[in-house]
Design a protein around this ligand. Structure first.
Ligand SMILES: Nc1ncnc2c1ncn2[C@@H]1O[C@H](COP(=O)(O)OP(=O)(O)OP(=O)(O)O)[C@@H](O)[C@H]1O
Length: 503
């Protein structure tokens, strides 16, 4: 056996002779966490060792053993789909059947097989490669994993919104969006208008990163895999439902939902002001930041905040505790059999368009009606700011970990208020921003908030909600604990904050 495997972890092994008599035999080893394949005669993939998470399928059919998996050619690089198949001699048929069965069960521990997925493809997202990704990577992986899908190419602005609003709830195990974060924003807001909004929000959403920032994908999969179409498709196949908070954003009598961010000042301008540079991918945000540095504008606002926590050291402690709790939860979920809430072997299917109850039809009521906020637990911040940024999920782009303390369902929106800085400090702040280094800056005020209200004092900026433009006028944000559902491989954001405090 290969030195790559610890013999103590071995569960099953299968060695089958090569089809031509001169070749060497192939060896397959299942361990408690991985699959090892050794096929010395294969010139492209002679030796593969992958975690069971990357195994898409294993079966014997018509006298052949077939294994499909994702792996990398180099330690750092995109995942690639590999089909392995070979004939099994009749005398070994039973062993091969048992081996394939054991691999399949281990690979889908606690996860339902054969998911049925709705794929929405935004043809104009980011650099415009969504259709290519669909045909070259996404559909082949779903087919290899024996998943089925319906595909809709979005044809106009808010098409995804309408699809979510009218979605038959029993039809799909998940909705995958081959897009940027804009389509996820539309889906969430469509769910809010569904006749069963609370149930609609239980439909798991999965981003497949074809936009510019792809922040949600980065947060779910991490910096290494967050831009990898294959890794995101694997999340469609095997991710586990993870509840996430979303926020109501109210302006006068309009109520919208935000799953990711609300920004005014520099951070809104660098996003909305560079839409015409979509072809640049996420480099447009760096350009936008540098342009903001040259303009050097403040954004005068009054901010009222219902603060849950503002002590930075305490927030780091709470983050660690939250991550540990999520890891324990994930472990118990993978030990459990894949029985869904219907008891039908579906891990994610919601209960369909069954008769609704009062709780299903109602969105969570707003605790704070639109207007001046003061009193118990509310504080006021009234200084010119460079930007204000509220949100869920640590990374807002590959180069900026704006909310390092964010947890998926702690019930709080993280709110950052950045005081105006000199141009020199603005430039210095870029160093380490992707690791969340700005968190420790004294001029960066960080709150865990139940709610907040912003009143612009001059009409000089813009408001971005999940990267979409909203009217630049007073708005209120209120967080709803665990209302929406995403698929996640880890049960927590896969982004680590490891910047020590500097005194
Ligand atoms: N066929 C279409 N024609 C015009 N607009 C569309 C079409 N399909 C979707 N859209 C709109 O495209 C907008 C941008 O979507 P998306 O977020 O997927 O891409 P992006 O903005 O390039 O990525 P990111 O949000 O990561 O920056 C959405 O507002 C959506 O309504």
């Amino acid at each position: 056996m290969s030195t790559m495997i610890d013999p103590a972890t071995k569960i099953k092994e299968l060695t089958v002779p090569c089809q031509n008599d001169t070749g060497k035999p192939s060896t397959f080893v299942l361990t408690d966490t991985s699959l090892y394949v050794n096929r010395p005669d294969d010139t492209t993939w002679p030796e593969i060792l992958v975690s069971l998470r990357y195994v898409l399928w294993a079966e014997t059919k018509d006298g052949s053993l077939e294994v499909c998996l994702l792996t990398q050619k180099k330690p750092v690089g995109c995942l690639r789909l590999v089909h392995i198949s070979g004939r099994v001699p009749p005398a070994q048929q039973q062993d091969a059947d048992a081996f394939a069965q054991a691999v399949l069960e281990a690979a889908y521990q606690g996860v339902k097989k054969h998911r049925h997925v709705l794929i929405l493809v935004n043809p104009i997202a980011g650099p415009g490669k969504s259709r290519t990704h669909l045909n070259k990577k996404i559909l082949p992986i779903l087919t290899a994993a024996r998943c089925t899908s319906d595909v809709t190419v979005t044809a106009y602005y808010k098409h995804a919104w309408e699809i979510a609003r009218d979605l038959p709830l029993s039809r799909y195990d998940a909705i995958a969006a081959v897009s940027g974060d804009g389509i996820i924003h539309e889906l969430m807001n469509g769910f809010a208008e569904h006749k069963n909004p609370t149930k609609a929000f239980q439909t798991p959403l999965v981003p497949i990163p074809a936009g510019s920032a792809n922040a949600l994908s980065l947060n779910l999969l991490g910096l290494e895999e967050g831009f990898d179409i294959s890794a995101a498709t694997l999340n469609v196949v095997k991710g586990r439902p993870m509840n996430v908070d979303i926020c109501s954003v109210t302006q006068k009598d309009r109520r919208a939902f935000s799953f990711m961010s609300q920004a005014i000042g520099l951070m809104a301008e660098l996003d909305l002001g560079t839409e015409y540079l979509r072809f640049m991918g996420d480099s447009r945000f760096i350009y936008g930041y540098l342009r903001g540095l040259v303009l050097h504008r403040a954004c005068p606002v009054k901010v009222s905040i219902k603060v849950a926590q503002s002590d930075k050291d305490q927030m780091v402690e709470d983050l660690r505790a939250g991550e540990a709790a999520a890891a324990r939860h994930l472990q118990s979920a993978s030990d459990a059999p894949a029985v869904g809430i219907n008891g039908n072997g579906g891990d994610a299917v919601v209960n369909g368009d069954s008769p609704t109850t009062q709780a299903d039809t109602d969105l969570p009521p707003l605790k704070y009606s639109f207007g001046e906020q003061s009193g118990d637990g509310w504080i006021v911040f009234e200084k010119p700011v460079l930007y204000l940024f509220g949100g869920k999920g640590p990374l807002v782009a590959r180069d900026l970990m704006q909310f390092p303390m964010s947890l998926p369902d702690d019930g709080y929106v993280d709110l950052v208020i950045q005081e105006k800085l000199s141009r020199k400090v603005m430039l210095q702040a870029m160093d380490g921003a992707e690791r969340g280094k700005t968190y420790w800056m004294d001029t960066q005020h960080y709150f865990k908030a139940e709610a907040y209200r912003v009143e612009p004092l001059q009409n000089t900026s813009c408001l971005s909600v999940d990267g979409e433009e909203y009217p630049f006028e007073p708005f209120q944000v209120e967080c709803h604990k665990g209302l929406a559902t995403l698929l996640s491989p880890y049960g927590v954001y896969n982004v680590k904050f490891d910047v020590p405090k500097t005194t």
